[in-house]
Design a protein around this ligand. Structure first.
Ligand code: BES
Ligand code: MN
Ligand code: MN
Length: 470
């Protein structure tokens, strides 16, 4: 063993020594219901930010909880001893999705439990993997380096956001205001998935997104459906018809100009994806359904989720939704509609064409109002950067199987902003698995992924340190 290998071995021992405490610390922050989209939880979101603030200070970081027009950003810094060390900016989010539907949880969402299973156990709670558990993977790696060697061999900056799950609306302003202080050589993000339980992954494409809520209004108030039905158009029927016309029978989206600018990924990327050996049965099992009939005919599941734009209704509500039967023509009906976007699509143009499409489907006397819940473009990160090579090398300290280079169907609005506003390329290395039930009841994080994630970050820090900052 050379001295580098000895150092990494010492750091890995520290990871193992602290693992039980790391699980306990994760459980502590999972008890804070930091649901960013729900105004009832504003103070819980702040409490979560303050928890991380204390955590960073206890590790010798300087840290502040920075107010924004929305939820605060936690910004922490710790300089390496060596002036030549590169600076790594870590990004994650401490907010979580709402826990609904509550009755489908096997244990309360904000009372984390460890459940034994064939994979060595899992921690179950809202936010377990998205993203508190993954944020802890790099924080625990910092701790292991400090305990084993007295320092972190790269200069570390950390930015934890409290609005990722509700569209990151305040982050752009924060990045503008803090641009100088955020300067770094690379930005590491842990908010994506592994390829499988044994194979880590580096994600090089994320889809973008627009999210629009449309409320269709017809009559001035709810009407008796016997007296008026057949004469006055029904907003629920109208909206349903408009939504149904948004897709063609072959699964393509029928909104005009929707595919403008969309290109297929380069053939070498498509070849890489084909060679990954996608486990379709496992994918279907993770969704508890027997077939993948959504999306465009004639394309593989990976293509459909990683490189094709989509349109989905996330929820429809209107009219009578209580128990039993009530006979009305409702006055209004609403839908929450999102589009996942790929490189080449302009989010603002897609939002505009979707609005026009809905307006064009309204009968005389009807109106529609829109609420925009954010728009962000797709992201591509260079697959050939030296930082990606260093990360790949670092990951071999934690996993025997080399990292897969993958795409992802999810969105992380911050990554596009970090690339465009700060000019820093992102490195997306995450540790979730397909069956983690992200955003669903009984969200979980396998303890093996928590441990592997901490070891991975520990290894990557070592690999980054051997690169210089310029
Ligand atoms: N961590 C996810 C994104 C993700 C999920 C990436 C799975 C890769 C694999 C993130 O927290 C998320 O849920 N993002 C939202 C963004 C939205 C609220 C703007 C999403 O993708 O729906
Ligand atoms: Mn996330
Ligand atoms: Mn999420």
């Amino acid at each position: 063993m050379n001295s580098n290998q000895q150092t990494v071995a010492k750091v890995m021992n520290a990871v193992e020594d602290h693992f039980e405490d790391a699980v306990a610390r994760l459980q502590a922050i999972l008890r804070v219901p930091s649901i960013s989209t729900d105004p009832a939880h504003v103070s819980d979101v702040r409490a979560a930010a303050e928890w991380f603030d204390r955590e960073f200070k206890s590790l010798g970081f300087s840290c502040e909880v920075v107010d924004t027009p929305g939820h605060p950003v936690v910004f922490a810094e710790r300089k390496a001893a060596s002036e030549d060390a590169p600076t790594v900016l870590y990004y994650g989010h401490y907010d979580v999705q709402p826990a609904d539907p509550l009755d489908q949880w096997n244990s309360p969402p904000f009372e984390p439990v460890i459940v034994d299973d064939a994979n060595g156990g899992r921690i179950v709670a809202r936010g377990a993997v998205d993203d508190k558990g993954q944020v802890m993977t790099f924080i625990e790696a910092f701790r292991a380096w400090i305990d084993a060697t007295g320092e972190i061999p790269v200069s570390v900056k950390v930015m934890l956001e409290g609005e990722e799950e509700s569209g990151s609306e305040s982050l752009g302003g924060f990045l503008d205001a803090f641009a100088d202080r955020l300067a770094a050589d690379v930005c590491v993000v842990s908010d994506t998935g592994m390829w499988n339980g044994e194979t880590p992954a580096i994600t090089t494409m994320l889809r973008g997104m627009i999210y629009l809520e449309a409320e269709v209004r017809g009559p001035g108030h709810d009407l008796h459906s016997g007296m008026y039905g057949g004469a006055i158009a029904n907003p629920a029927n109208v909206l349903a018809r408009i939504i149904a016309s948004m897709h063609r029978d072959d699964g393509t989206v029928a909104i005009p100009n929707f595919y403008d600018g969309v290109e297929d990924p380069p053939s070498n990327i498509l070849d890489q994806w084909r060679n990954l050996g996608f486990d379709e049965a496992g994918f279907l099992a993770s969704a508890k359904i027997s077939a993948a009939t959504g999306g465009e005919a004639g394309r593989t599941i990976l293509e459909r989720t990683w490189s094709r734009p989509t349109l989905d209704v996330n929820g429809i509500h209107g009219g009578y939704t209580g128990a039993g039967a009530k006979t009305i023509i409702p006055a209004t009906c609403s839908a929450k509609i999102s589009c996942r976007l790929v490189p080449g699509q302009d989010p603002a143009k897609i939002e505009a064409t979707l609005k026009t499409f809905i307006e064009a489907g309204l009968p005389e006397g009807f109106s529609v109002s829109f609420i925009s819940h954010g728009l962000n473009p797709a992201v591509v990160v260079p697959a050939d950067s030296p930082w990606l090579a260093a990360a790949t090398a670092g990951l071999t300290e934690a996993y025997d199987t080399p990292a897969a280079v993958v795409g992802s169907g999810g969105s992380i609005p911050a990554v596009g902003d970090i690339q465009s506003k700060l000019g820093i390329d992102a490195l997306l290395v995450g540790f979730s698995l397909d069956d983690d039930r992200i955003h669903s009841p009984n969200e979980k994080f396998d303890l093996r992924c928590l441990r592997g994630g901490i070891r991975s970050h520990a290894g990557m820090i070592g690999a980054f340190a051997s690169r210089s900052g310029d």
